[in-house]
Design a protein around this ligand. Sequence first.
Ligand SMILES: [Zn+2]
Length: 879
Amino acid sequence: MKRMSAKRVLVGLTAVTLGAAALVVAPGDVRVGGSADAAAADIPTPEEFFGFEMGTTGKLASFDDVKDYFQLVATESDSVEYDVAGTTTMGNDYPILRVSSPENLQRLDEILEINQRLADPRSGLSESQARTLAAESVPVYYLEATLHSSEVGNLPALIDVIHRLSTERSETVQNVLDNLVILVVPSANPDGQHLMVDYFNETAGSDYNRVYPDLYHKYVGHDNNRDWIFFTQAESRIRTELEQKYRPVILHFMHQAGANNPRMWLPPFDEPLGPNVDSIVISAANALGAEIANAAAEESLPGVSTDDAYGIFWNADVFGTGPHRGASLFLHEIASVRDLALPFSNDDGTPPGATDRTMRTFDPYTDQEWTLEQIVEYAKLSMYTGLQSVAKDADDWLFNHLYRVNQRNMEPDDGPEAYIVPADQRDPYAVKQLVEIFDIADVEVDRALSTVRVGRDTYPAGSYVIWSQQPMGSWVDQVLEIDEYPDQARKCADCPLIMPYSETTDNLGMLLGLDVHPADGVRVARTERVTADDVTAPAPDVAPPGGAYLVSPTTYGLAHVITALQDDDVPVLRATAGFDVDGDEYAPGTVVVPAGEAAHDVLAEVSELTALPVTAVDTAPAVDALELEPSTTIGLIRGANNMPGGWLMWLADTYGLNYEVVEADDYADLSKFDTILIAPGVTRKRIVEGLDPAKYPERFHWARGVGEQGWQALADWVTDGGNLVAVGTAAETARDLLDLPLANATPTKREAFNAPGTLLNAQFDPSSPATWGMPASWPVWYYNSPAYEVTDDTATVASSYPTDGELLASGYAHGEDALHGLANIVTVEVGDGVATVAGADITFRSWPRVTWTVVTNAVFNGPATAVAADDVAARLAGG
Ligand SMILES: [Zn+2]
């Protein structure tokens, strides 16, 4: 597979694609002029260290060994530093490497300081000063081998690259080290690297399937690169911190795609292009893609494609905050092999991937087989060409990406001058979380100390003002403006609209349940800069014996309140109707807690965490109530390798639910659960058939099928008095299980109807227990979800799509009018039990937090006991 020629090795530095050619060398082959690193002799080749050449079919190095190798290299080489950037979700190290010349590494602090200055649009630097500074510094090249843990081929390539950069002192390598600081992230998901590769190695020689059958991250699996607007996971926050500290000019993310995708896909990226991404960020990535494709052509590496895929610059959750800081986001996607590391070929003998010669695929792949060795070879070509290209124009990259892009972030644009989050939001916890997200993303948030005036409108002191002309201003626009999918996302004027690559909106205000007002001509005399710590509620007063504490249900932080009280064995009641105390009105679903020391302490703590106000009242409200089941026990049917189930585990852990995953053995006796929650994506087939126990080791037997008998046991558990909650596509599973009086009326033909990850207007009944605390109308997250016609009156509709008017609130949809008047959230009494279904994907990646309120209501209300108004006072007094 070594395709280079002797001639190419000797080509001078000026040849554009020299790196691609010259750098394909055998491990340990120190050559091409210059003297090797003094310590190079002590650095083993990957083959010597791991016992096999990188890219050997069927051989994957464990991540522990990879870390050991990198640490050894760092010890022996003065061009490589090993560091740990943080701790992962499962408690593993998140290692990084810094690779550069010894001189650059010694003055790294100075380099990073200059780069921060260049990137600071308030530094006051003129263009010529910025040019001068850029010449004194070195850009950071962010090189990430693995995020998706099943995409295992790029890391062995990176190991070869690190070996080469640490041992060879050719002019070519020296040029890279002198002109770049390479920030190497061997894996953005070390947990998954352990899970996936260790499992692959454990099952070698067995009859088991070789691919790890569950999520390769504790919670989010493959969604781990869809967390760039909420930053829920430790790994997402670590990457964001790295981007902030190192200010890379390029983020080179290595991925793999399906085995019949192009051998290697490279930018140019596809439509659509969002309005808030700077053109330099895009054009540089596109140019580099073309350069690597050219290198591949020169090296006779066939099957490379560009364009026509990965229209990722629409939703910030895909492309993250990096581009808003000036970093070009660069992806390569290399075709995968079979079972992670075994050769792939099509059954019919046709070559994998596109076979037509086109401008996008100028050299189709013609071999029948595709191997891990080839993945490694293509990945190295991409890395070497990228590194050399940026090294060659290092000063320009620094000036344009750090200085120019960030300067432009401060210029007025088409968007509003500011976004106002008025004081007195229905959910103070959502305000705190918005500010927390903005803290993570480096967004500045001001709080008004005096009245805010916008034209004739006024907002009281205490309102929040987020200016769009600030260093992260383009990201602020991205996540706060209403998204209108661009009609120009077409190949030609008459061509069909290109459908979204991913979700179609990232509107944080709607997702969190916040009222956000775009505003121009904002006048405010005094403001203070705040962080999430400054968003607080007053500490609760102490209620006298016989009195109570009240918490409004208009918050998705409700689960925090309930679970904290249950953890301390404090009784929790919820008013089933509205009531007033001393002239203040309380909504149905208000949490009513008997006075007492424990209650006060718990609520004071929760209030500090959530910024939710707690009201102490002297006498019990005379209102009918539900008393929640102490320590409500929740079973989660999540499905193996089912991301929505993983996200539900994250939500359940984050909000302290007392839950466990329902395992196959549990179906023999489900009575230990008060509530069972079925995750989106869990179908009847998944429950009945599950994982084949013959194909997976004992530890995955929890996910095996439970057969028709288990299916029936689940139905019986509900009719015997259980409380079933099903979300998204699982609503269909529940309908099937219990023969619910619902007919799914969502159109199925995509030409007529498509709403893929969209916010649609919906109405909620705040007097219905499932939707207590919800606004009467608010957008709901919708992903071509089930929507229902109710076929008899045993069903209570708690939420539906309005019968007329515009349904699209933010994002893309066509044909959505077909949903007018259909039901979304429905509660049905089934025998002695109850089922609540939400057709819309209201827990999607945890984003639509506003509707987490609905799940909270449903899981706790079902098993609760009714308490008549007359008895509430006695319950509060401890009766
Ligand atoms: Zn990937």
